[in-house]
Design a protein around this ligand. Structure first.
Ligand code: NPQ
Ligand code: MG
Length: 374
């Protein structure tokens, strides 16, 4: 495989409804897409960084800048091209090791190169990663609402659509009441979990322990990203399993968090951890420790969503992921929409990602295109 160049494309996608979390409210998604052009294929990657550094230190302009100035020039270098020609996408992480952080940028370029490598081979992401299912259960992430009735109406709609699991965003002041209301209205059998996106501190332990009454699958990232020891202390106070999201940025940090007792479950997001190949490593480390994993979501288009579904088909992904249908967030996706069928989404079987952008739909949402020649 010889890389001829990379296209950096920004698209602006309006959300079907505002999505509020403990770190803010989003009404549209400014997404950086990457197209890797090689001698014999085009591959697509999606950078999951938000417009602002509110979920992690990355933000979309910073990822485009770090790609343009540091990541892509390294991959264009003669010795990198030789390694890519011989080893393909497996070589990308090592070639970029000297560039600190910016995992979402690295993940996106690795994804595009892997897609370009697999397409000519007729090999799917699922086949490459080790998928063992042809469909996976689909969970849905429900934002913070202005009132309990509005929350219940949203949850009712998703349950009617057949979603296999409900995840509620929580924050101080919006936690026990929404959880109790959902349990009261829909009963104890609905698979239910919460996500705080780092909004609490260890001083909230006794308050968070009240969630134990509601038989939740997990509580996701209650404390700040770097407070691994705090999560371990909290785990000793709660019956509800602790799931880490923001804190796990690699297989190494996953192993440390597991060893320190900071989590019993891990939300794996390929963009957050530097790519699908690192995500598979985390899956393997978790499996070795008996830790369940599931695939988190970053409001991806059908490109990232398809890759996430393929990853979700690995054997250790035993909990429903945030792999909702396209219409959870977008009226019109840039690919053929991913549709929920009986609470599941199908694992793509086509070459590479199995999907490509629909040109006219992509053009309609494109706000900029930049070509980096190799
Ligand atoms: C589906 C879900 O809850 N995702 C993230 C949080 C999140 C929340 C809001 C977002 C807005 C724009 C882009 C990505 C975003 C990710 C999470 O699991 O923590
Ligand atoms: Mg989360």
């Amino acid at each position: 495989m010889k890389l001829r160049g990379i296209e950096l494309r920004r698209v602006s996608m309006p959300l079907v409804s505002p999505f509020r979390t403990s770190f803010g409210t989003q009404t549209e998604r400014d997404i950086l897409l990457i197209k890797a052009v090689t001698d014999d294929a085009e591959g697509w990657g999606e950078c999951v960084a938000l417009a602002d550094p509110l979920y992690s230190a990355e933000y979309v302009d910073s990822q485009q800048d770090v790609l343009r100035r540091f990541v892509l020039p390294r991959l264009a270098a003669h010795e990198s091209q030789a390694a890519l020609a011989r080893f393909g996408a497996a070589a990308v992480a090592g070639l970029l090791h000297a560039v600190k952080g910016h995992r979402m940028a690295k993940a996106a370029v690795e994804m595009a190169i892997l897609d370009a490598e697999l397409r000519p081979l007729g090999r799917s992401f699922g086949r490459e990663l080790g998928a063992v299912a042809d469909r996976v259960p689909s969970g849905v992430s429900v934002g913070i609402h202005d009132s309990i009735p509005q929350l219940l109406a949203a949850v009712e709609g998703y349950l009617d659509e057949g979603y296999a699991r409900i995840k509620l965003k929580i924050e101080p002041g919006w936690d026990l009441a929404p959880v109790a209301a959902v349990r009261d209205r829909f009963g104890g059998d609905v698979p239910l979990q919460v996500d705080a996106n780092t909004a609490y501190t260890l001083r909230d332990a006794r308050h968070l322990a009240k969630l134990d009454a509601y038989d939740l699958l997990l509580i996701e990232q209650p404390l700040e990203e770097e407070d691994v020891l705090g999560h371990a202390a909290l785990a000793r106070e709660l019956a509800t399993p602790i799931c880490l999201d923001e804190s796990v940025v690699s297989a190494q940090t996953a192993a440390a968090a597991i060893t320190l007792g900071a989590c019993q479950i891990i939300n794996i997001k390929p963009g957050r951890v530097g790519g699908y190949l690192e995500a598979r490593k985390i899956h393997d480390v978790a499996a070795a420790h008996g830790i369940a994993v599931w695939c988190g979501g970053m409001l991806e288009t059908g490109l990232g969503r398809s890759a996430n579904i393929a990853l979700s088909a690995l054997p250790g992904f035993t909990l429903p992921g945030d792999v909702s249908a396209s219409d959870r967030f977008y009226r019109t996706d840039i690919t053929e929409p991913i549709v929920l069928v009986d609470g599941h989404v199908p694992v793509p079987t086509g070459p590479g990602l199995g999907v490509t952008p629909v040109p006219e739909l992509l053009e309609r949402v494109t706000t900029s295109v930049e070509w980096i020649d190799f």
